[in-house]
Design a protein around this ligand. Structure first.
Ligand SMILES: NC(=O)c1ccc[n+]([C@@H]2O[C@H](COP(=O)([O-])OP(=O)(O)OC[C@H]3O[C@@H](n4cnc5c(N)ncnc54)[C@H](O)[C@@H]3O)[C@@H](O)[C@H]2O)c1
Length: 272
């Protein structure tokens, strides 16, 4: 790669597929990358939201493709990539950003059922693995590709359950709220999956990195916000747009020498 000739952070005309593209952060990535000239494939289980977001982008003159995907259904994953292949013939970047919260997700550990555990691991880890597998088939054919898997600080350090002291549990009002075990173990797996694939495809011009975000402020209750914020070095939760630049870096040639890396952006949460 010749840094002299390339605009390092350029994603213009790159085909970037985001799975889990219509939620709090995914929709920001769609907007940000489309504004930079990328052609974003808006992949999500909520097809209405995909269509709405795509129409919003169209009104701004940007090209996006809304595309249904249920990453807990292997045939849906296969169809997703085959539709991308028939429409564009190519895919530059795959971003695995989906998370699932089935019934029972917020159960306390003692009441966690195998069914809920399996569903979360299915969407947060197995589905991500299978999406990487199908995406990489395309990458191998074309000779290049980039994957960004999205984990969480709760996948690299233990959830600080003290943060939920005094926070109302809207799911089980009689019990203390806790951050779920299924989330922690599935997100930890995403970090390891990233390293595995970076090593596996080391000679195939496929780079695989991970983004580990800290908590994003989304109208949380004051008590939680203040307890969470005091646990970070920067003294606050993240703004919804504060991961966009990292996504751009990881999507573009600016990160050409980076693979297998877990980029932790957490306001200093995990260093203390
Ligand atoms: N928001 C945060 O504070 C935070 C912090 C750390 C990590 N993260 C991670 O960042 C990512 C995005 O977070 P968010 O807050 O925007 O999440 P979100 O819940 O708002 O969005 C998740 C998206 O995934 C989609 N989805 C659910 N099941 C799916 C399936 N089976 N197939 C395809 N799509 C499916 C949902 O429809 C939704 O659009 C997640 O992986 C999350 O774990 C978020």
């Amino acid at each position: 790669m010749n840094n002299q000739k390339l605009e390092l952070f350029d994603v213009k005309d790159k085909k970037i597929a985001i799975i889990g593209a219509t939620g709090i952060l995914g929709s920001r990535y769609v907007e940000f990358l489309a504004n930079k000239g990328a052609e974003v494939i808006i992949g999500d289980i909520d097809i209405d939201k995909c269509n709405n977001l795509s129409n919003l982008m169209k009104d701004k003159g940007q090209k996006t493709l809304p595309l249904y995907i249920d990453n807990t259904d292997e045939s849906s994953i296969i169809k997703f990539f085959s539709e991308i292949k028939s429409k564009y013939g190519t895919l530059d970047v795959l971003i695995n950003n989906a998370q699932i919260k089935p019934e029972g997700f917020y159960n306390p550990f003692e009441k966690y059922t195998k069914e809920t555990l399996m569903k979360v691991i299915d969407g947060n880890l197995v589905g991500v693995t299978l999406a990487c597998k199908e995406g990489c088939k395309l990458f191998l054919e074309q000779g290049h590709g980039v994957i960004i898997n999205v984990a969480s600080i709760y996948g690299i350090v233990a959830a600080d359950q003290r943060l939920y002291d005094g926070v109302e549990n809207i799911y089980f009002p009689d019990e203390k709220f806790s951050s779920p075990v299924s989330y922690a173990i599935s997100k930890a797996g995403v970090v390891q999956l990233t390293k595995y694939l970076a090593s596996y495809y080391r000679e195939k011009n496929i780079r695989v990195n991970c983004l580990t975000p800290g908590g994003v402020f989304d109208n949380h209750d004051d008590r939680f916000n203040s307890q969470y914020s005091s646990r970070t070095l920067l003294g606050r939760m993240a703004d919804k747009d504060e991961y966009n630049a990292a996504i751009l870096y990881l999507c573009s040639e600016a990160s050409s020498y980076m693979t297998g890396f877990n980029m932790i952006i957490d306001g200093g949460w995990s260093v203390i």
